[in-house]
Ligand binder design. Sequence first.
Ligand code: NAD
Length: 502
Amino acid sequence: MTNNPKMQNPSEMLANLRNSFNSGLTRPLKFRERQLNNIIKLVEENTNLILDALRDDLHKSTQESMVCEIEILKNDALNMIHNLSDWSKPRSVEKDLVNIMDKVQILPEPYGVVLVVGAWNYPLTLALSPLIGAIAAGNCVIVKPSELSPATAKIIAELLPKYLDTNCYKVFLGGPAETQQLLQHRFDYIFYTGSTRVGAIVAQCAAKNLTPTTLELGGKSPCYLDSTVDMDIAAARIFWGKALNSGQTCIAPDYVLCSQEVEKKFIEAFKKAQKTQFGEDMKDSPDYCRIINNNHFNRLVGLLEGQEIAHGGHHDASQRYIEPTICVNVDPNSPLMKDEIFGPILPIIRVNNAAEAISFINAREKPLALYVFSNDKSLVNLFEEQTSSGGVCVNDTIMHFACDALPFGGVGNSGLGAYHGKFSFDTFSHQKPILEKSIDKFGEMLQSIRYAPYSEGKIKALSLLSRKRKLPIPREYISHILLVVFGFFVCYLYFMIMGKHC
Ligand code: NAD
């Protein structure tokens, strides 16, 4: 592994990884388990180094780093270790009459050599969480962390080779130019996290080699709020989702949709939440992150120009600090409402009712997350059924990300594919269908029905055998019922024989 970008040779790296993959090194589950355990060791033995790097890059607090980066990775790896043997087994599927005598299965197989490109906002998680899925599924991997979080990229490049097999897992450092260089090569799978703009570039490069991709992108995640909720609780949860990582979270609530009456109450409750969570002056709080770099800081401050600020607005370029800020009377066509904000600014768009909010959402690109705060179940159903988004979280923000029984990913402009938990394992596995038939005279007698010479009789028989039928009882109970019938049959035989002997 090379840490100096000038010394990195993508062709050599790929050739080495392809050799390792083809040698079958990553196939045994024990090997994968060892690597996953080593990732747990990596984060446990280097927690302080990691905390320092995240503080250097984003001024991340210990709690945010522990919860959103370190613990999440440990649990990710543990989840894989606990389920690896189960998830990697071939699974039997439903059979039709035509295949009743055959073995019909799906075998998850690793793709081969995978490229993981990470983003800077959760720089450790977004590089290592896909890596964990790719390792579990048996792939070799090149990880390309974001150059915009250099301290974390550096420790990833230093630590990974100390803990993982360097013939199978490598780190490649660099920015857009180096990533473009990597993307000219053929990978078997590309997992990209970042902006929609760059996602399109990655997809174009992948298409040249017909490489399958997962694109974890962003977008403007709306948050609808009505008057049926406890406003203090709702505002505390929305504030938390917006202040987390200083709003630099792909699923941060991007803007609020509510009525004028709700808006007033929400702003007051939001101010209260800020004071309770971060004290009188957020700038003094050790728990509040900073904007990643000057470009993003200037972009965000620029978005405030000409806006009516109802709360916050304080910023300090020397620290790249921006206070959580609410803008009201926002023109839906203003720059603030054009692209994902990705910072602690929260515009409020007034709507008269849920139907108006749904029209507003549906007139725009499909978001990565949709938040609804309401105690009205029928209204919540309306949002769930009449809008499309990567995910939905009701009466909270962000927390659906932490539920790894749910797939995490976007739809349309917010992404392609999903991961987390078993979905990660499946994402990095080709689901290979396998049909196994016996080859003997009896089987052949049944199969020969499809051979020429064709006839009316054969057509009828084939159509009967292949017809889809709705079973009167669920399929999963059939084996139980057959077992019970068989049991009765055995008992019947037993009593018949015993009866004859007595
Ligand atoms: P970005 O697209 O600028 O960069 C992401 C990665 O792409 C980096 O590793 C970077 O080096 C590389 N890259 C940048 N320009 C490139 C180019 N021209 N060619 C090839 N590679 C290039 O994104 P970012 O600024 O790091 O992250 C912010 C975006 O990512 C936001 O839109 C956010 O919503 C999204 N995001 C999504 C998720 C998710 O899970 N869906 C998570 C985090 C961030």
